[in-house]
Design a protein around this ligand. Structure first.
Ligand SMILES: Cc1cc2nc3c(=O)[nH]c(=O)nc-3n(C[C@H](O)[C@H](O)[C@H](O)COP(=O)(O)OP(=O)(O)OC[C@H]3O[C@@H](n4cnc5c(N)ncnc54)[C@H](O)[C@@H]3O)c2cc1C
Length: 402
């Protein structure tokens, strides 16, 4: 079989571009294809990431807009503040980051086609068909990576179903933000399993958004109502509105088939409770890189029979699951727990948290990405049942196998 490239990556989002860079650095021939003319636009992200992201990817200092050390958590009538001494998360200029990561991949040697919509993939042949300037083109490569986001064409080509939440976000301008080092998160029963976030991005701009089971129209109504009634500034100006999708992980979905594998939102590799996909995606790039290099080094890569390739990709799936599945399932349980609660229950929960000085515990063990650490601490101290109204005991015991 003849191939144009070692690897074609569909999708030059942050994860696709990072993988392209990593592979191009190893002198592999890589082609990056994206339907966008301008990478990164429109903004579809709150841009908050655990500061540990800096261990997994380069983020130039000038793309870090703000740093936060804590969160104010709100139920309908109660609030709780949790924080650490040091900054815990960074707020990034997500559009500029996507553009930086794309440019870095090209400078490392990756080829690219922008304004090129992939319309078909043949995972057996390694063939990708795309439309550009109303012409159809075809590329054949030894491997195809689907990094094409939550509505991934590559994922559906290998037979996966889509499952996602809608997410909406406003850019909101105020005169001057008083407190830049805390994010505000609003947990209301109507929004579960989602929530509203208020992120101080820079001097006078908040990113305010939510994900939930509602459609975009309803989400905009919820955000409008929130701004009018619950936002702490009276004078504000909505300057942009965005929307996007947050995929829901399912163990039923495949991560590979024949010559194709999936990564990032295309593989629904996001944290269930927050919808965050950047850190987990960047971490998974290293796992995928190893599998891809192993696959390209196998002599069977040039043959039709790809049993060896499937074994290598199975290792990719296994390594991903070993690293992230426990955390993902803990977070599903947290979501399930929240979905059993009413606004009154949640007020009760916050009061109890304060009574039992759990804000200190959350400050110590809380981590937006590794939430299982805190949950395990709650379980160890027998707190889960004592913090919630007795009426939920049976349900909670079932969720947490108590
Ligand atoms: C409102 C909102 C807020 C968010 N906030 C955060 C946050 O604060 N922190 C965080 O970590 N995560 C956040 N996320 C999630 C985060 O944005 C994603 O996890 C991340 O973008 C995934 O990167 P990706 O490269 O896998 O996919 P994407 O960023 O979706 O990139 C996919 C790329 O593929 C291209 N593409 C798609 N189909 C085709 C095709 N057929 N042909 C060619 N190209 C194609 C697209 O144009 C796109 O450039 C948020 C998501 C939303 C919707």
């Amino acid at each position: 079989m003849n191939f144009d490239y070692d690897v074609t990556i569909v999708g030059a989002g942050p994860i696709g571009s990072t993988l392209a860079y990593e592979l191009a650095k190893e002198n592999l021939s890589v082609c990056l294809i994206d339907k966008k003319k301008l990478i990164g636009l429109p903004l579809q992200c709150a841009g908050i990431v655990n500061k540990s992201v800096l261990e997994y990817n380069q983020i130039p200092e000038e793309l870090i807009l703000n740093k936060v050390k804590g969160a104010n958590l709100h139920s309908k009538n109660q609030s709780l503040s949790v924080s650490k001494e040091d900054d815990q998360a960074i707020i990034i200029d997500r559009v500029a980051l996507d553009q930086y990561l794309y440019k870095r991949a090209i400078e490392a040697g990756a080829d690219s086609h922008l304004s090129s919509k992939v319309v078909n993939v043949d995972t057996l042949e390694g063939q990708v068909d795309f439309q550009t300037d109303s012409k159809e083109k075809t590329i054949k490569s030894k491997l195809i990576v689907g990094a094409d986001g939550p509505l991934s064409l590559v994922s559906s080509a290998i037979g996966n179903d889509f499952n996602y939440y809608c997410a909406s976000q406003y850019l909101v301008e105020v005169d001057d933000i008083e407190e830049m080092s805390f994010v505000d998160l609003y947990a209301y029963e109507d929004l579960f399993p989602g929530f509203i976030w208020v992120i101080p991005a820079y001097k006078n701009i908040f990113r305010i958004g939510l994900f939930s089971n509602h459609d975009y129209r309803m989400q905009n109504e919820i955000l409008d109502d929130f701004l009018e009634n619950d936002f702490k500034y009276d004078d504000y100006n909505v300057i942009e509105k965005y929307k996007g999708k947050i995929p829901i992980y399912s163990k039923e979905n495949k991560l590979f088939e024949n010559r194709a594998l999936l990564i990032g939102d295309a593989a629904a590799q996001v944290k269930p409770t927050t919808g965050g996909g950047l850190l987990i995606g960047f971490k998974t790039v290293q796992i995928a890189k190893k599998a891809i290099i192993d696959a390209l080094n196998s002599k069977e890569i040039l043959e039709d029979d790809n049993k060896i390739l499937q074994d290598i990709f199975k290792v990719y799936q296994k390594d991903f699951e070993e690293k992230f599945l426990k955390e993902i399932f803990y977070q599903f349980k947290v979501q399930k727990t929240l979905c059993t609660l009413s606004d009154d229950d949640l007020d009760y929960f916050f009061i109890k948290l304060k009574e039992k000085k759990c804000d200190e515990l959350i400050s110590e063990y809380g981590d937006i990405d590794d939430q299982s650490v805190l949950v395990k601490e709650f379980l160890k101290r027998g707190l889960i049942l004592s913090l919630l109204p007795a009426i939920h005991k049976k349900e909670l015991a079932k969720i947490w196998l108590l």
